[in-house]
Design a binder for this molecule. Structure first.
Ligand SMILES: [Zn+2]
Length: 115
């Protein structure tokens, strides 16, 4: 049985969530415009469109990150934090320190969160 500092985990999860939300907010503000694209000529408009694609992907990634972190905070609340969602074993403390929102032990790290 591995001892996990839940208060520390919660604190780092909340800090990370705030960071992700701030990043996502910044991306959304950029997507709303205000970067002078109406004055751009055609080639610049193409570049802007490609930039939007990149930003939209970033935005999705930000949302996914935020949802992962919220799920980890729910696991802290319901007492399952630190257990692998695939096998139920304790997640290695070093792994939790590196990736506080992970729901999987190192053996199941490829189960869909890319970490
Ligand atoms: Zn596992």
């Amino acid at each position: 049985m591995t001892e996990i500092d839940l208060d520390a985990a919660k604190a780092s999860l909340e800090a990370e969530l705030e960071r992700v939300l701030r990043r996502t907010g910044a991306v959304e503000a950029h997507l709303r415009g205000g970067d002078g694209r109406n004055e751009a000529d055609f080639e610049d408009r193409v570049a802007y469109t490609e930039l939007d694609d990149v930003l939209e992907q970033l935005d999705d990634a930000g949302r996914a990150d935020a949802e992962r972190i919220r799920a980890a905070l729910r696991r802290v609340a319901d007492g399952t934090y630190g257990q692998c969602a695939a096998c139920g074993e304790d997640i290695q403390p070093r792994r939790l320190q590196a990736i506080p929102w992970t729901a999987f032990c190192v053996d199941h790290a490829d189960q869909g969160e890319g970490a």
